[in-house]
Write a protein that binds this ligand. Structure first.
Ligand code: FDA
Length: 394
């Protein structure tokens, strides 16, 4: 049986970062992945450009039953540490919006950096490896399709359940349960909503149209782009709020967050404005609203002229545009979700070492834990930070 100081199950963002760090400390390190190649989610991330971190990482950008758990790792391996690594490899990158950093070229540049770091440090990587059994005796003993292995430290970095076609499995959660750790309820996060009520017709008619929106649910709100789809709504603001939404909850959406519409309509009325609403609103530069959207959304009200509008009509138009309330029928689920909400209970794991508190030598890092970031590079930063921290102790 081949022995290593450290075996890492899962060669994604967290697993590769941990492998490079542990190997650099002189630990014999092996990464096992059941896929045909490692880092698949890195390759498909950020629309192929990988939003690898964010200038403004704060613990408040993360959801977890224990909101303090992420603080230690995020402060020990920061976005600046990852940026320094990226700079060391001469990678060109840019800030897109709100501190989000993307590769100038392609996401594979980030994977290449991690693979180079692993190679230079001497970490080995074994793909096509199905693990059938894990036992803890004196050492951890693994049975796999690539033969048996043993190790002193076993790191679980198998990620979440999103995008099963990219190699996601529930292996990490099952292993945690095998060793007596609690796993909290799992739910798709950063995911588009589906709609099945009367609102669906409008969404279908507007599929492809994107506009700025303020979306609220459960005391959380996001002001960003909303995209209408054939099945409901998507876009950054929608993905963000989906992580705070539970089945049956109502969403409240302001489709004109940049405008005090009531005041604008009353001003136009006072001025005796004779233009139709669809023309007047689409000419407001700061809104960048398409006439087709206003027509579809307001139907016959799009032809109203402010000079003819009484208070009731003003309220009706304001309500339609600034207070769209509805209950989504659901989300698109694991097929398109970017992340998994919930996971291994962080009370079971040391926030310093990432070792299970009651199981010596067993570590959990990355998305498999109950720590989920916002959209914008926060999830990769969690993977880098937790992987690096565990790599100091394995
Ligand atoms: P990750 O999923 O990366 O890796 C897990 C690894 O474990 C995989 O290689 C898998 O094959 C392996 N594995 C699973 N089961 C196994 C088993 N049974 N045996 C062996 N190996 C097994 N985040 C961000 O910050 N910026 C972004 O731009 C994006 N973009 C993005 C786009 C899309 C489409 C998705 C789906 C996700 C993102 N994310 C993101 C989220 C980000 O990809 C995610 O949070 C991290 O990849 C999580 O890193 P982990 O290493 O924990 O898991």
């Amino acid at each position: 049986m081949k022995h290593y100081d450290c075996i890492i199950i899962g060669g994604g963002a967290a697993g590769l970062m941990c492998a490079a760090t542990a190997a650099a400390r002189g630990k014999s390190t092996l990464v096992l992945d059941h896929s045909n190649k490692v880092g698949k989610k890195i390759l498909m991330s950020g629309g192929g450009r990988c939003n690898f971190t964010n200038y403004y990482i704060e613990p408040t950008n993360y959801l977890s039953a224990n909101k303090h758990f992420c603080k230690s790792a995020l402060s020990r391996f920061t976005q600046w540490d990852f940026i320094a690594l990226v700079d060391k490899h001469g990678l060109a990158y840019h800030e897109k919006t709100q501190g989000q950093l993307f590769c100038d070229n392609k996401a594979s540049d980030i994977l290449t950096i991690l693979l180079n770091e692993c190679e230079q440090a001497g970490a080995e990587i074994q793909t096509h490896c199905e693990i059938s059994k894990v036992e803890k005796n004196e050492l951890y003993e693994l049975q796999s399709s690539q033969g048996p292995f043993s190790c002193t430290s076993l790191v679980v970095a198998t990620g979440g359940l999103s995008i099963p076609t990219m190699g996601a499995t529930g292996f990490g959660y099952e292993l945690a349960r095998q060793f007596g750790l609690q796993v909290s309820e799992l739910q798709a996060g950063l995911v588009p909503f589906t709609i099945s009520d009367k609102n669906l017709d409008s969404c279908k008619a507007l599929a492809g149209v994107s506009l700025q929106a303020l979306i609220e649910c459960n005391n959380q709100s996001f002001n960003d782009k909303l995209l209408f789809t054939h099945r409901g709504i998507s876009g950054p603001a929608v993905l963000q709020i989906s992580s705070y939404w539970r089945s049956g909850d109502e969403l409240r959406i302001d489709l004109l967050p940049g405008l005090d519409l009531e005041e604008q309509l009353k001003t136009w009325r006072q001025q005796g404005q004779k233009g139709e609403l669809k023309n007047l609103l689409s000419k407001l530069d700061e809104l960048d609203l398409a006439k087709s959207f206003i027509q579809q959304w307001l139907q016959e009200d799009a032809e109203l002229r402010p000079c003819d509008m009484n208070d009731e009509k003003i309220q009706r138009v304001c309500h339609a545009l600034k207070n769209w309330c509805f209950k989504p029928s659901g989300t698109e689920g694991w097929r398109t979700a970017e992340v998994t909400l919930g996971g291994i209970d962080t009370n079971e794991v040391s926030s310093k070492t990432f070792e299970a508190k009651n199981v010596d030598g067993l570590y959990f890092i990355g998305e498999v834990l109950d720590v989920t970031g916002w959209l914008g590079g926060f999830n990769f930063q969690w993977a880098w930070a937790s992987g690096w921290c565990a790599g100091q102790y394995v």
